[in-house]
Design a protein around this ligand. Sequence first.
Ligand code: KG4
Ligand code: ZN
Length: 341
Amino acid sequence: MKILGIETSCDETGVALYDKDQGLIADLLYSQVDLHKKYGGVVPELASRDHIRKTLPMIDQLLDEAGCSHQEISGIAYTSGPGLVGALLVGASIAKSLALAWGIPSIGIHHMEGHLLAAKLSSEPAQYPFVALLISGGHTQLLGCERPGCYAILGESLDDAAGEAFDKVAKMLDLPYPGGPEVAALALKGRKDRFKFPRPMTNKPGLNFSFSGLKTYTLNTLHGLKTINAGDKADIALAFQTAVVDTIRIKCQRALRETGYSSLVMAGGVSANVALRERLDAMATELNLNIYYPEPRFCTDNGAMIAYAGYERLIQGQTESHSINVRPRWPMTELPPIVNT
Ligand code: KG4
Ligand code: ZN
């Protein structure tokens, strides 16, 4: 059973083929980063137009490289939300048209469920129940996952997502978009303990996050310096990253204690952050917990996670009509269970 996955929710066109027996067979990714760089962020209309140009030729190339004909494909999974509406519509239209032409089922996948399941592409699956930490450019959420496809929100960001905060701080430091990896690279050159930034909302009970104040604190620290040299920027990048990592660690530890669960699955673009991975690994060792996260290339947006999530749902017989619907806003709590028990 081979599933074609299509991801077009934002500024990456991703296509992949997942097979029940062989696992991930092929995977192609095209990033629009150069297209959006000069605007300092994603321009939705340009994103949609570029997905239109790229998606079909990439599917052609994918099948070619995998040595697979379309007759061997049993189903198509595409990202149907959340994301940019025009970009989502491109992937949905292509997926549904191919499904109709090839006479196979299609299924719309929740982008964040794709991220969450990506850990299973390269590591042992986490045992249910577990706490999920979803941290991307648009989301920062802690979820309780009792069984496949059932998600309860334990806490979320009240303002900026963690990735968004990284991107905005990168702009302040004159680093290019997308800023997360740039801030992380600069932080490596920073001196520890020169600045101590706040850990927002950690003194109060609860599992919500807020990164907007930390962003302002970063800006005020920059403005408080008479002159700003490269070393100052690196010190600030490190102080900011350490504060985000520590805040996330405190909230994860709290979520695990409150639920009584002993496993944590981390996913989404920010989970590629090495300092965060190291800090959560250390927490897991200290507290004898299990931690799972995708390999770095599957942390940020990709087609493989959508192909895999599609496989998990299609194999349960879940499909949709050929009508094209996307959901730019879509709470994960509204998803049907993957396995009906
Ligand atoms: O999951 P993703 O690729 O797209 C969304 O669904 O949003 O996440 C992108 C976000 C961006 O904000 C990017 O700056 C951030 O993930 N990111 C990182 C790192 N790599 C990507 N943030 C911190 N450290 C990183 N190494
Ligand atoms: Zn994403």
